[in-house]
Design a protein around this ligand. Structure first.
Ligand code: FAD
Length: 672
């Protein structure tokens, strides 16, 4: 029997729920923990923190990643920062305000109780990471520094230059390594989970492919935790690491885990624009840049033309001829509006013919006024009277360099333009997925004993993620939530013996994987995996299920996904020497992932079509205000769409988790 209850504790006020629940939940005694095995798939921030903490608690943990080292997880790419309601700035932050901003930012499509818990434990995360030695930026007096991110009016984002994810991952990896060295965690690098084994309706193991030998291996446990990241790469071009994929979540879905809100994808407004057909990756310019960078396009089309053809430089354009459109339309938040709002605004300017760059698909992110502002302030603090304009610029540039230097370098390396002298060009790109495996308050999926953490679960961000909240959620799940909540399940398993991987259920699932690999390798077609992935992502997903969607396009998109999927299974070519795939074969790895992307893509179209409203990152053309803002429909769509798999060619079954808001009033989201 599948479970589909949010299991939010009934008792007490919202602010007391987690504390009270945590104090009363069943515990597993230390002597029993030694006899309980847990599989953790994924060693990004969510998985590594979970595996390390479970190991520290005394469970026997097996951790898996497909990388050569846990330190290569996509989390390492995170640039801008991690949120926490510490109120170090004394600017009015609080747990409630972080909770409020997150629910509002997510366009009221997340579960109140989960978000409140996230805001509560956010404070512990910073303490834990500081204790691990994470080198967060500090103020002159030694306190941790903070900056702002989109959608909020306080400074609550902790950062380590533009490498916050890397530094946090090193912290989590150190904690994990300690447990590996103590023998509490056994690490399986270069192992890819390809299926989930469910016995008597409980998750009891996985089938993984050893990526170096190509052999399939069986692993059993009392419970399985997924921390396998997001599925933005279904769009092919995205800011995600090339290896990020949906396979682990998707196979769990096919074995009975509901998949929630798959159409909720985040488009990030500040990415380096697409430059050609031979690109497979888009590079993010951290949102933190919008603290100081001002976004603009030329007011007049004649200037657009001159800029596109190189007859004029952006620095030549007078202030009065520039449209700082975010500051103009959203004066309360200005350049720090949330990502969905900023992305749509950039799209509208480009659709109207005001976009710059050779393709017309970019807007400027300009630091000139920040350089002058910081330069003047530096001159005063250094006691320089009557500084020249050049001196001011130099002083200001040094401040900007200190704050964002590595991001500026990255931009220059990729585009060949120096952003200190000419504004950056940016355009929205696929970045993050708010949808994912459905989980209850315990982070347990609809398969008992299967848990999901971090970006691979759907929880906490609703229809739009505010910046710096993904790292917060991944670490909250791994360090401070799952280690408690998994005990609710495991406390009933203390008499369950170690899982026997020779059980027929393991045999059956392994055979399914074997057959899928054999089938793929036997096609021997003419087209590369990559070409199918590109067509799926760029020509279908971005076109019909991207920044704006409509019913007609989604119906057509679904047909196109199916047609291309059929061709994939007839025409794909995977070089190989062993017919069973018993060899190192990165093309086979990709093919298995792309095969799953096809199936997910169809579900995304179905989900987007079901949701007859616009909210957060899900924008349906038909549901917009006259000003082009998202028009939500709380009456009919204040629910989580939890989809049940129903076979490849059948329609999935929709289960609705109604969202009730007792502590927050549902309002039209306005950043004006
Ligand atoms: C460029 C960029 C910048 C970002 N900046 C920020 C930021 O500043 N602040 C912020 O809050 N968020 C940021 N984010 C989002 C954030 O980085 C991610 O949401 C977060 O790191 C995801 O962590 P995770 O642990 O859930 O997954 P990941 O870090 O993606 O880890 C997934 C893990 O699962 C493993 N895995 C996956 N599938 C399998 C399988 N089938 N078998 C075995 N192992 C598997 C991988 O090997 C890996 O170890 C950024 C994202 C991008 C793309």
């Amino acid at each position: 029997m599948k479970k589909f209850q949010s299991n939010v504790p009934e008792s007490k006020t919202l602010a007391e729920k987690w504390t009270e629940y945590r104090s009363n939940m069943p515990l597993v005694a230390p002597n029993n923990k030694r006899n309980i095995e847990v599989i953790v798939v994924g060693t990004g921030l969510a998985g590594a923190s979970a595996a390390a903490t479970l190991g520290e608690l005394g469970y026997k943990v097996k951790a898996f990643c497909f990388h050569d080292s846990p330190r290569r997880a996509h989390s390492i790419a995170a640039q801008g920062g991690i949120n926490a309601a510490k109120n170090y700035q004394n600017d009015g932050d609080s747990v409630y305000r972080l909770f409020y901003d997150t629910v509002k930012g997510g366009d009221y499509r997340s579960r109140e109780a989960n978000v409140h818990r996230l805001a509560e434990v956010s404070r512990n995360i910073i303490d834990q990471c500081v204790a691990q030695g994470v080198p967060f930026a500090r103020e002159y007096g030694g306190n941790l520094a903070n900056r702002s991110f989109g959608g909020v009016q306080v400074s609550r984002t902790f950062y380590a230059r533009g490498q916050t994810g890397q530094q946090l991952l090193i912290g989590a990896y150190s904690a994990l390594s300690r447990q590996i060295s103590l023998g509490n965690v056994k690490m399986y690098n270069r192992h890819e989970m390809l299926d989930l084994v469910v016995i008597d309706n409980k998750a009891r193991g996985i089938i993984a492919r050893n990526l170096l030998t190509g052999k399939l291996e069986r692993f059993g446990a009392h419970a399985v935790v997924l921390g396998t990241g997001g599925y933005g790469n279904v769009f092919y071009l995205s800011t995600n690491a090339m290896g990020s994929n949906v396979t682990a979540s998707w196979v769990a879905h096919k074995r009975g885990a509901y998949f929630a809100n798959p159409c909720f994808c985040q488009i990030h407004p500040t990415c380096i624009p697409v430059s050609g057909d031979y690109q497979s990756k888009l590079t993010l310019m951290s949102e933190s840049l919008r603290n100081d960078g001002r976004v603009w396009v030329p007011k007049h089309k004649k200037d657009v033309e001159a800029l596109r053809t190189g007859k004029m430089k952006p620095t030549d354009l007078a202030e009065e001829d520039r449209d700082y459109y975010l500051e103009r339309i959203y004066p309360a938040f200005g350049n720090l509006v949330p990502r969905d709002v900023a992305s749509r605004a950039a799209k509208y300017r480009c659709d109207d013919g005001h976009g710059v760059g050779a393709t017309g698909l970019s807007v400027y992110l300009d630091f000139a006024s920040a350089v002058i502002r910081y330069g003047k302030s530096e001159a005063i603090s250094q006691g320089i009277s009557n500084p020249s304009e050049e001196e001011i610029k130099q002083l200001g540039r040094a401040v900007v360099e200190k704050k964002y230097g590595n991001l500026f370098e990255m931009y220059e390396k990729i585009t060949g333009e120096d952003p200190y002298y000419t504004p950056m060009r940016i355009y929205p790109a696929i970045h993050y997925t708010m949808g994912g495996i459905w989980v209850d308050y315990n982070l347990e999926t609809s398969i008992p004993g299967l848990f999901a953490t971090g970006e691979c679960n759907f929880s906490d961000h609703g229809a739009n993620r505010l910046g710096a909240s993904a790292l917060m959620q991944g670490l909250a799940d791994g360090y401070f939530v799952l280690p408690y909540t998994i005990g609710v399940f495991l406390s009933k398993e203390i008499r369950t013996p170690m899982t026997d991987t020779s059980a027929p259920e393991f045999e059956a699932v392994e055979n399914d994987v074997k057959n899928k690999i054999k089938k793929l390798l036997s096609i021997n077609g003419t087209r590369s995996v990559e070409s199918f992935h590109r067509e799926l992502g760029v020509d279908i997903m971005w076109e019909y299920c991207g920044m704006a969607r409509n019913a007609e396009g989604l119906k057509l998109g679904r047909q196109k996904v199916r047609a291309l999927r059929d061709r994939f299974w007839k025409e794909v070519y995977i070089p190989h020497t062993d017919k069973d795939g018993h060899e190192f074969n990165p093309e086979l790895e990709k093919a298995l992932r792309v095969a799953d992307f096809f199936e997910l893509a169809e579900l995304m179209m179905v989900d987007a079509l079901d949701r007859n409203e616009s909210c957060g990152g899900h924008f349906r053309d038909e549901y917009a205000t006259p000003e082009g803002e998202a028009k939500r429909n709380d009456q009919d769509y204040a629910y989580v769409s939890a989809w049940e798999y129903n076979g490849l060619d059948a329609d999935p079954i929709l289960h609705k988790e109604e969202l009730t808001f007792n502590d927050i009033e549902l309002k039209t989201r306005s950043y004006k």
